[in-house]
Design a protein around this ligand. Sequence first.
Ligand code: NAP
Length: 276
Amino acid sequence: MSAHRIPLAGVIGAPIAHSRSPRLFAHWLGAMGIAGHYIPLHIEPADFAQAVRALPRMGFRGINVTLPHKLAAFEIADHIGDRARRIGAANTLTFREDGIHADNTDGYGFVENLRQSAPGWSAADGPAVVLGAGGAARAVLDALIDAGAPEIRLTNRTRARAEALADAFGPKIRVIDWSEAPEALAGTATVVNTTSLGMDGADPFDLDLSTLPRAALVTDLVYTPLDTPMLIAARARGCRTVDGLGMLLHQAVPGFERWFGATPEVTEATRAAVLG
Ligand code: NAP
């Protein structure tokens, strides 16, 4: 890879037009005066491997990978980082001389968002409740365990998916039936919605929060709308809340560092640029 080429990176998905990452990277590149580009690439699953292998020769230093390719990104890698291996999926690929390196920065972004937006919060403060057992939940569980959560109560509409995650992530995970989720909120320090409930166009969020302690920190991965029904209901109970946009911004930091050689900051200006 020539050092004289304009550095390129991008995001691969199908669809990709809705992605906010190009706006995020353009903001950081502009703010830091870096002559690089970050490009959205709509690639269908059947073309993924061929497209990714062609990118380094085109000047790409790496790519972010979003739905539906996170598993394929993990499988195409020559080198897999620890957290990607634990999560079983990748969202950040870096092209190096010795091949494709895979990382998963979703859990990192999740925890960094809470650390920045809720000063004083620690995963070790007490038990956590995680709603949902899809792809995003895997990254959240890994990050909460890594950050010291003593116990995680995991609940999902389809119980078998939660049980599969408990098997994968070990004894800190306690599976709670979806019908018993409201009672599971008692005594928790951290509550995370990783389901699509409450997202624009998805089913409404209607979980009873009446046992939620006032001291709990509540966060939602859904960020359309930014202020979700769960966050509004949690604030009405006196809880601190953190929206999901920050996770998206923080998960992009490691890729930017590797591809463009500088560390971007997540600030109010970053949020404003992405919300545009
Ligand atoms: P996914 O793998 O499709 O999982 C969806 C989850 O939502 C499953 O647990 C599913 O339960 C649950 N769900 C869907 N409809 C439901 C309903 N009517 N009642 C109860 N549960 C329901 O999706 P994902 O990739 O994990 O993403 C989940 C959410 O996180 C999405 O809104 C996504 O936009 C958001 N997200 C945000 C960020 C960020 O940076 N902020 C990053 C990643 C994802 P079943 O297993 O029973 O179907």
